[in-house]
Structures are given as C-alpha cells and as structure tokens.
Design a protein around this ligand. Structure first.
Ligand SMILES: [Zn+2]
Length: 251
C-alpha cells in the first residue's frame, strides 16, 4: 500500500523571523542597526492588519525572552538622560490598546523596540547624533536590570497601580521631548481605541492624579494624541467624551 504524505501546512505569512539569526545579531552592541530597517521593511510589506499584529507580537516576545535571559547587548553605562527633567506640570494619558492584563516585561521589550531602538538608529537632536550605533542605554533600572518603559504608571482594571518610573525620570512616551521633560505618563490597561473607560476607571484615574499630582492644572491633563498628533492613543473618544468626564472628576 502506498503511504500518502500529509500535505505540508501552508505558511500563512510572507515573512519568516529567523530566531537563530537574530539571537546572534542581538549579541552585537549595535544590533538595532540591522533590526530597525528589517522591521520597517517587513511592516511595509504587510497589508493585513492581523498579520501585522502577529509580526509585531513575534518580535516583541522574542525580545522579551532575550531581555529575560540577558542575551541582548546593552550599554552598561551612559549619559544622564534625565538631566533635563523639569518639575512635573503635565499628565499624559495612554492606553495599552490591548486586552487587560498587559505584561510589564512585554511592555519593556515593546518600548525598547518602538522607542529606544529607532531613536538610537536615527537620533533627532544634533548633539545626540553620536548615539547612533552605540549600545542602548536608558539609565533607568528596575530590580537591577535596565528598564525601557516609557510610562510612570500603569493602571489596572481594578484601579490598582503599577509604579514603573520615578517622577524624577523622563519617560519616553509623548512623542514630544518638551512634553516628556515635564510630564508623567499614566497608561490604562485596556483597549480604548473605540470605547470609553467605565465611570469607575475614570474616577480611580482622577483620584490617583489628584493625590499624586495636585499641582498639575486640569488644562495640562492631556491624551497622547494631544502631544503627538498622528496617534489616536488613548482612543478616538478621548477628546470629546471621556476627557471632559475625567476633568469633572478632578474637581
Ligand atoms: Zn500612547
């Protein structure tokens, strides 16, 4: 009897992420000089939204693993990137744009990939051009490990808060350096792209802002979309629907 070979599973995606190759690249201090153009080029070639999300998750989880296993080349020292910190006078609201329960370690990898790596690849401030190609340094540490998270706080759905950066540290979150210097970032652990947070969430958020940052005027409470036009974070209903409610709760 002839044995039929089972059909090969069809590769759903055009791209393939070669982990072994990138594991070797990750040991080089300038790993992002290869990774940033690769990610950009691959993302441009993907038109399907789910496929794009899948690609991003694959890279994010891979770097989360490298960070956990300390297999990623990073700087062991560097300049004080918080030297320009100003007194906190603004609060910027973000959302994770994912289902509740976002992992802090995954967020750390995502912010390293989406914020620090592209900046070191292509610094925008003339006096920082020399960073290009150098190993990445944030100067922020958590549990003895370098930390790349851009937010100061993550608020979970039950209103509890995860403290991610100190107030004297500049978070790279607003897409706007002058706002970064004077703001704290609070991220809500949910996807509010097309829906509003509950009254309970807004009340908890207002309570936290009032308690921790009583000096911040309500006109300086803003969404990420206000400091960086071009992003819809923290969602399309923020400006007209839930920001006014939040300001009301702050009174
Ligand atoms: Zn944001």
């Amino acid at each position: 009897m002839k044995i039929k070979t089972p059909p090969m599973p069809k590769n759903r995606y055009k791209w393939k992420f070669d982990e072994q190759y990138w594991e070797r690249v990750a040991q080089q201090p300038d790993w992002y000089m290869q990774l940033v153009p690769y990610v950009k080029k691959t993302q441009e070639s993907i038109s399907n939204v789910d496929e794009l999300a899948n690609f991003r998750k694959t890279i994010g989880h891979f770097f989360q693993k490298l960070l956990a296993e300390e297999k990623l080349a990073l700087a062991s020292e560097g300049p004080d990137l918080d030297a320009q910190r100003e007194p906190v006078s603004s609060v910027v609201i973000h959302h994770t744009s994912s289902a509740p329960g976002y992992s802090i370690d995954y967020m750390n990898a995502v912010h390293l990939l989406n914020i620090y790596a592209p900046y070191y690849f292509q610094p925008t401030v003339p006096e920082e051009m020399e960073l290009r190609g150098k190993p990445i340094w944030s100067g922020h540490f958590k549990n003895g490990k370098q930390n790349f998270i851009g937010y100061h706080w993550l608020m979970r759905m039950d209103g509890s808060l995860e403290h991610l950066l100190d107030d004297n540290q500049i978070g790279w979150h607003a897409g706007n350096w002058s706002v970064n210097k004077r703001s704290v970032a609070i991220c809500l652990d949910n996807n509010y792209e097309k829906m509003c947070p509950s009254e309970q969430t807004l009340e908890a958020l207002a309570t936290h802002i009032r308690k921790k940052y009583p000096e911040v005027k309500s006109e300086n409470i803003m969404g990420h979309c206000e400091s960086s036009p071009g992003t819809i974070c923290p969602g399309v209903h923020f400006l007209e629907e839930w920001k006014p409610k939040l300001i009301e709760y702050l009174k």
